[in-house]
Design a protein around this ligand. Sequence first.
Ligand code: SAH
Length: 219
Amino acid sequence: MSLQHQGIGMTSQRTRDRLISQLQELGIKNQVVLNVMRKIPRHLFVAEALASRAYENNSLPIGHGQTISQPYMVARMTELLIEDGIPENVLEVGTGSGYQSAVLASLIPRVFSVERISPLQEHAKLTLAKVGFRNINFRHSDGGWGWNACGPYEGILAAAAPSEIPQKLLDQLKVGAKLIIPIGEKGEQVLQRVTRTEPEFDVEVIEPVSFVPFLKGRV
Ligand code: SAH
């Protein structure tokens, strides 16, 4: 591992381990998720000026009015996604910094990630290549359409909150697959886990959350 990946001081392994302990205190139990997050250099997914804050349990700005998701939220959503086994393929809506993509790609053989803001996705691609990920496919698109050509998926995870679940995402779930998605307007969002149980969908409401809005179109 290069020195840059290892980090020093506020990005050292000790600092990262402290974040993992915090996640455990907050109720994250899945050791596979915790181990992966212990290793991923989150400081490389934010601007250098914010690197010293990368192992705090907070979201941070990544430009274009967007944020890198809070580590607790990344852990929780991943845990909910893989609870009954590791999916073969996953669609991620909202690449953002690429940090959640890195967590997913450490666990799941094939990750498909869509993002509506092109410069964010281009930057994430570079970061993820630098860190060494080869199993992520990217598409600059409105995730409300899903990514039909590569589906159906054994899991879908969205990092932005629509007011209701986009039908295309439901359509692109395999039977038995799970969609992890925040739903609702600012200030009243809840995280949901939707399982496709042909011919229906099971909806579990997990907890209140705060995500950036799911927007239409691409820029
Ligand atoms: N998991 C990412 C989260 C970034 S914030 C990270 O940790 O960095 C959510 C992202 O979703 C933003 O980059 C935003 O541009 C994107 N987004 C919002 N609505 C979208 C849509 N309809 N399609 C694709 N991406 C969307």
